[in-house]
Ligand binder design. Structure first.
Ligand code: NAD
Ligand code: TDX
Length: 342
């Protein structure tokens, strides 16, 4: 694999993957296809060698552009998406357009040119799990975590648009022999995450003297993984994964939101209860948890960054040192949330 296209490579996770590939696989050239929406930022690719990484600013739903790029490549790794649940509750249309029509456009081009395709998706396609405290034996039994066999049951316009795109890929594999794999990953954290998302929103609130905001009672659980570990898993699936298979990516990082909030406050030298409870998210998923046995046993993947508190400290340091990366957007992000009582 010498030439790959990374869609959404100027976003949070896609840019991490581009850095991962450039640093670890010197033979690979990357074309980033990114529309540079509010979530994309050229700066996320700063410092990468120009002879190995090229940014094409464009839309994944632009069939002519996609066809021209795909015919010259060995593989497409598809990260580009509208990615924020809260935005999807306000205006679902961009999620349908990019996540469904955009994916359709890419897989049609990959089918036509017989190009390897990897589809990056989310655990949210499976809906949610009950809280452990509501399960007999505190959830040690069957159905406690998501596996590749868990039925799809998405809750939000975002997760249903991702579910729709996954199903298109599965159908293209079966009906047209598309050379594809799918990965469904849990919640990522780390540097370069947009400040609309939970962890960077709270860190940057504290840095700006704004009280952090917790939705509802904060009992909702997310299964956190460092984005570097997501990147290593995607590379392994792209190069060693079995065509037609789905791999779940997760690093056993379950934490409830209230605990995450308290860790951030403590690590930033604040009192643990110095936050506000705000209006809950509509349809708010209770718990996500990934069973990544298949990825670990079949492909030999292991996560490296499993100390959540240490990862949080590094992330806090990064946002503290990179105020120039996020400060211009802070006011607009907070004023949007405020309009919604959040
Ligand atoms: P992000 O919002 O930070 O980045 C998305 C990128 O896609 C941006 O650079 C944006 O400019 C680009 N983009 C959006 N629409 C486009 C279009 N029509 N054409 C071309 N480029 C477009 O998102 P992220 O958090 O980095 O997520 C990346 C992928 O990983 C998404 O597919 C998401 O569903 C998936 N994922 C995210 C998480 C998470 O915790 N953030 C977890 C699992 C899976
Ligand atoms: O201010 C907040 N307060 C709060 O309590 C925000 C922004 C969020 N939350 C809660 C909602 C969730 O339970 O924190 C949790 C995490 O929220 P987000 O960062 O918005 O992530 P989530 O909705 O879980 O989705 C993320 O993980 C799966 C990504 O945004 C998706 O792209 C990915 O598919």
């Amino acid at each position: 694999m010498k030439n790959i296209i990374v869609t959404g490579g100027a976003g949070f996770i896609g840019s991490n993957f581009v850095h991962y590939v450039v640093n670890n696989h010197p033979e690979v050239h990357v074309t980033v296809l990114d529309k540079l929406t509010y979530a994309g930022n050229r700066e996320n690719l700063a410092g990468l060698p120009a002879d190995r990484v090229k940014l094409v600013v464009g839309d994944i739903a632009d069939a002519d552009l996609v066809d021209r790029l795909v015919q010259k490549t060995d593989a497409v790794v598809h990260y580009a998406a509208e990615s924020h649940n809260d935005n999807s509750l306000k205006d679902p249309f961009p999620f349908i357009q990019t996540n469904i029509i955009g994916t359709y456009t890419l897989i049609e081009a990959c089918r036509k040119h017989n190009v390897r395709y990897h589809h990056v998706s989310t655990d949210e396609v499976y809906g949610d799990l009950p809280l452990r405290e509501d399960l007999p034996g505190h959830g040690e039994g069957e159905g406690e975590k998501f596996t590749a066999e868990t039925p799809y049951n998405p809750s939000s316009p975002y997760s249903s648009s991702k579910a729709g795109s996954d199903l298109l890929v599965k159908a293209w594999v079966r009906s047209f022999g598309l050379q594809a794999t799918i990965s469904n990953c849990s919640n990522n954290y780390g540097p370069y995450q947009h400040i609309e998302k939970f962890i960077p929103r709270q860190i940057t609130n504290i840095l700006k003297g704004i009280r952090p905001k917790l939705y509802g009672d904060g009992k909702n659980v997310r299964d956190w993984i460092h984005t570097n570990d997501h990147s290593s898993a995607v590379w392994l699936i792209l190069t060693k994964g079995k065509i037609g298979e789905t791999y779940l990516i997760g690093a056993d990082g379950e934490e409830d939101n209230k605990t995450v909030m308290e860790i951030i406050l403590e690590e930033m030298g604040q009192s643990k209860d110095a936050y506000d409870h705000v209006k809950d998210r509509a349809g708010h998923d209770l718990r996500y948890a990934i069973d990544s046995t298949k990825l670990r046993e079949e492909l030999g993947w292991t996560p490296e960054f499993t100390n959540f508190r240490a990862g949080m400290k590094d992330t806090i340091d990064w946002y503290t040192e990179h105020e120039d990366w996020w400060s211009a957007e802070k006011e607009a992000v907070e004023s949007n949330y405020a309009k919604n009582g959040q």
